[in-house]
Every structure is written in structure tokens, then in C-alpha cells.
Design a protein around this ligand. Structure first.
Ligand code: UT7
Length: 348
């Protein structure tokens, strides 16, 4: 345990009353084991053709606890990679936000483990469960705490190992083929340049749709109208068609309203980094707003839906190719169980 209950003199240098927030680094971690559509064909009644045509997914990564690929392990690896990319030490971080719906256990939180592993020295640490929207929610929360002047350097991480809640038999094929595990992180830093940071954001929920996507712990968690079967316990239950419809509508409304809040037209945004849930859902949004393919990255073919990790995994990938530059505008978008949805439009 590090000494000094209040940490090591962070925040000594004063910032403007509403500092800007800079995206200073990104990093990711995915499990070593890759599961292709052909691998799935060998264990359930499915086909590469069905999966590729309906979802765009060709492979995903699945964790092995014995390799240290826990939610915390993945989150820590992504955090280290993002810090190294930002050229920073863990001791400079004073806020750690981990978005996850699959912590290793109810307590301790994943964020406490990350804060300790990277040696922040008593940084604020909080886990946030917004399902697939969690990372975008986390970005907004961390940004606003920094904009208020409360924190100077934050790590926002999306980490999930959803595959522990999947049924890899034919009866679970409609959901198990969709998901994969991983973690993605960004480092945020306060800056004197107040023009940098979020220019428009949104966070919403609708509990009425909770039964479209849920994980029951016990028999009591099943709604009366839902047929109870023992094998469904602890496994993702999803009404795919309902979620698909919700997702297509939500992405459109989110893009439209976020642009309108910022007073921008679709072409003024340089990158739309969306939750990777289904290639067809992303294509629908892209076509509706006439967004060119290179502005809406897709890596679902290689990772599947990685829940809270999906947005930072996609962002890190384009950032490392050099396509993301200072002065650009980036919109992060996600929807997920809850139901939840959110956006975060950044001036870099
Ligand atoms: O983060 C949010 C997470 N969730 C989502 O984004 C999911 C959104 N929904 C979807 O992406 C789509 O609804 C799915 C990909 C899940 C399903 O696609 P669909 O075109 O809506 O297929 P469907 O559920 O209507 O199923 C069509 C057929 C069925 O067979 P029958 O009844 O027509 O004979 C299914 O049993 O496809 C069958 N099927 C499969 N066949 C081969 C379902 N899953 C599979 C599979 N392999 N893995």
C-alpha cells in the first residue's frame, strides 16, 4: 500500500476555473484466444455464412482466467498501454473510471484494482455499469468532473468478459456468436486550452426495455411472461429483433440530436466511433446521414461485440493509424442493455 492517504500532492499547479480536457492516449487489451466462425461451426449448429451475413462478425476473442484474462487483468493491461501511449506514469492519474457489466466479483471494484496496479496512489476509483453504453457514459462523467476542475488526469476504461455469460450450444447460438471479450482505455488530461473537450453529449435510459437484454441470476429474475429454464440462469437473454430495431432508431436520433446541440452538420465531424454491435446497424446509420465509410470505423469482423470495450477498441485502432489528429471532431456513440444510450462529441 502506498503512503499518504490523500495521495502525492496532485493538483498542485492551478488550472483555469473551467479547464479544457485533452484525449492524451489510448490503449487496448484482448485475450489471446481467438474464436472464428469456423470454430463455432464445430461446436454448434451455425454457419460462417449466417454469422457473416447477419452480423459482419468473423472472429472474436475469448478470455481464459488462467492466463490472467479476468476483467481486471484486461482493464489493467489496457490502462498500461494507454498510459504508455500518453507518455505518462500511473502516479499522475487522479481518477479511474471503469465501465463494465462483468466485474470479476461484486466487490472490490475493477477500478480499485486498476488504480492500485498502475500505482496512482489513492486516486478516485469508480465502476460504472451502463452495459454497452458504459464507456461513453464514463467519458462524459470523467470529462465533466475534470471540466469542473476536480481532477487533472483520468483513465476511462471499458472492460468486459461477457463470454462467461454465453451458452455455446445450439440453443444459445443467437447470442453467443455475437460477443467477444476485451478492454480499451483512454487517458484524459486537463489543459489550459478550454476549447478542447466535449462540445455536446447525451445520456439516456429506458427501463421499460430492460427485458430485451438481460442476465438473470435466479429464477425470480425472470418476468412472469418469460418461460423459465434452468440453463438460462447466468446467461445473456436477448430479444435480438427488438434490440436491432431499438439500435437502428437510437443511432439515428443520437447523431441527429448531438449534431444539433453542437450546431454542426454531419460532414463537420471527422470520426463517428460507434458501438460495434452489428455491421448492419452501423451501415443503416451511415447511409442515413451520408457518412463515408472511412469516417465510421468498423472492427466488428475481428472482435464481435465487446460490450463496454467496443468503442475504445475501435477508437484506439484508428488513432494508432494516425487518422485521428488534434483539431478534429470525434463523436462517440453507443447503445446497450438497460436500455441505455449515449453520445460524446469531442473537440480534440
Ligand atoms: O449491444 C447490443 C447487443 N445486441 C445487438 O445488437 C443485437 C441486435 N440484433 C441483431 O443483431 C439480430 O437480431 C441478430 C443477429 C441477433 C439476429 O438476426 P436476425 O436476422 O434478426 O435473425 P433471427 O433472430 O430472426 O433468426 C433468423 C433465423 C432463425 O431461424 P428460423 O426460425 O428462421 O428457422 C434462427 O433460429 O436464424 C436462426 N439463427 C441462426 N442460424 C444459424 C439464429 N442464430 C443463428 C446462428 N446460426 N448463430
Amino acid at each position: 500500500m502506498s503512503t499518504g492517504v490523500l495521495g502525492g500532492g496532485k493538483g498542485a499547479r492551478s488550472l483555469p476555473s473551467r479547464p479544457g480536457v485533452r484525449l492524451a492516449g489510448t490503449g487496448t487489451a484482448v485475450p489471446a484466444t481467438r474464436l472464428t466462425n469456423a470454430d463455432l461451426e464445430a461446436i454448434m449448429e451455425t454457419s460462417d455464412e449466417w454469422i457473416t451475413q447477419r452480423t459482419g462478425i468473423r472472429a472474436r476473442h475469448v478470455h481464459k482466467v488462467e492466463l490472467g484474462e479476468t476483467t481486471s487483468g484486461l482493464a489493467i493491461a489496457a490502462a498500461r498501454s494507454a498510459l504508455s501511449n500518453a507518455g505518462m506514469e500511473g502516479s499522475e492519474v487522479d481518477l479511474v473510471v471503469v465501465a463494465t457489466m462483468t466485474p470479476d466479483s461484486p466487490t472490490p471494484t475493477v477500478s480499485c484494482g486498476v488504480a492500485s496496479a498502475i500505482r496512482t496512489g489513492h486516486a478516485a476509483a469508480l465502476d460504472l455499469n451502463g452495459a454497452c453504453s458504459g464507456f461513453v457514459y464514463g467519458l462524459n462523467v470523467a470529462h465533466d468532473l475534470m471540466r469542473a476542475g476536480s481532477y487533472r488526469a483520468a483513465l476511462v476504461i471499458g472492460a468486459d468478459r461477457i463470454t462467461r455469460h454465453l451458452d455455446y450450444s445450439t440453443r444459445g447460438r443467437a447470442t453467443s456468436v455475437l460477443f467477444g471479450d476485451g478492454a480499451g482505455a483512454v487517458v484524459l488530461r486537463a489543459t489550459d486550452d478550454a476549447s478542447k473537450g466535449i462540445i455536446a453529449q447525451a445520456m439516456h435510459s429506458d427501463g421499460e426495455g430492460s427485458r430485451h437484454l438481460f442476465i438473470p441470476y435466479t429464477r425470480e429474475d425472470f418476468p412472469p411472461e418469460e418461460e423459465f429454464e434452468e440453463h438460462k440462469i447466468n446467461r445473456v437473454q436477448m430479444n435480438g429483433a427488438a434490440v436491432f430495431k431499438f439500435a437502428v432508431g437510437t443511432f439515428s436520433v443520437l447523431i441527429e440530436r448531438t449534431l444539433s446541440k453542437a450546431g454542426l452538420s454531419p460532414e463537420q465531424v471527422d470520426h463517428y466511433v460507434c458501438h460495434q454491435s452489428n455491421a448492419r446497424i452501423l451501415e443503416a446509420a451511415r447511409e442515413r446521414f451520408g457518412i463515408p465509410g472511412e469516417k465510421m470505423p468498423m472492427n466488428i469482423d475481428r472482435y464481435g461485440n465487446t460490450v463496454a470495450a467496443s468503442v475504445p477498441l475501435a477508437f484506439d485502432e484508428i488513432r494508432r493509424t494516425g487518422r485521428v489528429r488534434e483539431g478534429q471532431k470525434v463523436m462517440f456513440l453507443a447503445f446497450g442493455a438497460g436500455l441505455t444510450w449515449g453520445s460524446s462529441l469531442w473537440q480534440l
